[in-house]
Design a protein around this ligand. Structure first.
Ligand code: NAD
Length: 369
């Protein structure tokens, strides 16, 4: 008797129903690998550019790039700072004009890449990004500018870097205290992508794989900062995470971190690290399929929220908002600000629910559930 062949997995009844979706790929060219920074001159020629302004937050990182650029280097602006203050953006843009630059080469974390985006937003100057943290900004068309203590953000195709060079040798100098939270920031992009309003199967594949790569290799980067293989896997995960952030909308977690960073000046990656397990707990019942994928990507976690909390402990990363500079008296205002205007989240956002979430995160307690 002929045995029946198993159905292809896409037709099995236990597979979640395929929803309608829209997927749009972003046109960035990506080079990845140890030593890929050596391709920089060729990549600049490929873009048809001749006079690069190098942006950085440290002169040492700028120097490593300038050395490779030779006559293609028009100048250096190495005063990039967190959250792109408008004055810094203006000064860098003026420098680009003075030097008659035809390209920004941003070497650094989200702050430096953000500065290149601010210049591009106004002048259209193309960007070649060389990320040295795991922020993911290099893969997104999202810009941010801070003026009088308030951060504005938006999306614009002209700020999306044309080319990104990921060289894992460049992240070896990250102190573990920066690397751990920066990696958790990347995981946050993946998690919110899995339950995004406009989630789609391709981005969800990238998100799950991104969490897996980051969760598996971040502890190795933190315990052995010289492990270049581990750095390469983290950077691969950060790339996927950035692509998720650039492709689909985010929800409560990013909204809370934006509020805490923008209105209370809390540090970006550390705030993501503290909030993430609590945001996952808040959304767990409303996004069961996403959470199942997070749990699977984290390995043997009891549930997504508990797994994220445990991972952050393995990274010796901060766990309480009170240790990042928030005061107990700020919690009510933070809850008000984060719930003031409506936005998509799998579970409805209530002031009471957000206030309770912030209370847990303030004290660094394990997430609910
Ligand atoms: P960052 O760029 O400020 O870098 C953190 C610190 O690490 C800085 O002191 C920097 O000098 C240092 N550093 C960077 N690379 C290093 C290296 N290889 N070795 C040693 N030190 C190094 O921080 P970040 O977390 O990368 O970025 C945060 C900023 O980026 C925030 O303003 C955030 O809003 C923004 N961001 C934007 C997007 C987007 O899509 N627009 C995405 C993520 C983050």
């Amino acid at each position: 008797m002929a045995t029946r062949k198993p159905l292809p997995s896409i037709l099995r009844a236990d597979r979640p129903a395929m929803r309608s979706f829209v997927y749009e790929s972003l046109p960035t060219r990506v080079l990845f690998g140890v030593g890929s920074l050596d391709q920089l001159p060729t990549e600049i020629d490929r873009l048809g550019c001749r006079r690069a302004l190098v942006l950085a937050s440290s002169s040492a990182r700028a120097e490593a790039v300038v050395r490779r650029l030779g006559s293609r280097a028009a100048g250096v602006y190495d005063k990039a700072v967190m959250h792109v203050p408008v004055d810094t953006a203006r000064a860098a843009r003026d420098e680009a004009r003075r030097l008659d630059a035809d390209l920004s080469v941003a070497v650094g974390g989200g702050s430096t890449i953000g500065l290149a985006k601010a210049i591009a937003l106004e002048t259209g100057l193309p960007i070649l990004a060389i990320p040295t943290t795991f922020s993911g900004s290099e893969m997104t068309p999202i810009w941010g500018l801070t003026e009088s203590g308030a951060k504005r953000t938006g999306r614009d195709a002209k700020v999306l870097p044309r080319t990104v060079i990921y060289d894992p040798a460049l992240t070896l100098t990250l102190p573990p205290t920066v690397a751990g939270p920066s990696g958790m920031n990347a995981i946050a992009h993946c998690i919110e992508a899995l339950y995004a309003e406009n989630a789609n199967p391709i981005v969800s594949l990238m998100a799950e794989e991104g969490i897996r790569a980051l969760a598996e290799s971040l502890p190795r980067v933190v315990s052995n900062p010289g492990d270049v293989e581990a750095h390469a896997t983290v950077l691969y995960g950060a790339w996927l995470a950035g692509a998720c952030l650039g492709s689909v909308g985010m929800a409560l977690h990013h909204k809370l971190c934006h509020t805490l960073g923008g209105s209370f000046n809390l540090p970006h990656a550390e705030t993501h690290t503290v909030i993430l397990p609590h945001a996952a707990a808040y959304n767990s019942a409303a996004a069961p399929e996403a959470m199942r994928r997070v749990q699977r990507a984290l390995g043997d976690a009891k549930n997504a929220a508990a797994g994220l909390y445990a991972l952050a402990r393995r990274l010796h990363a901060p766990k309480a908002l009170k240790d990042l500079g928030l005061q107990a008296g700020d919690l009510d205002r933070a809850a008000d600000l984060a719930t003031q205007s409506p936005y998509y989240n799998p579970r409805p956002v209530t002031r009471e629910g957000v206030r309770a979430l912030l209370e847990q995160a303030f004290h660094g307690r394990p997430p609910d559930g």
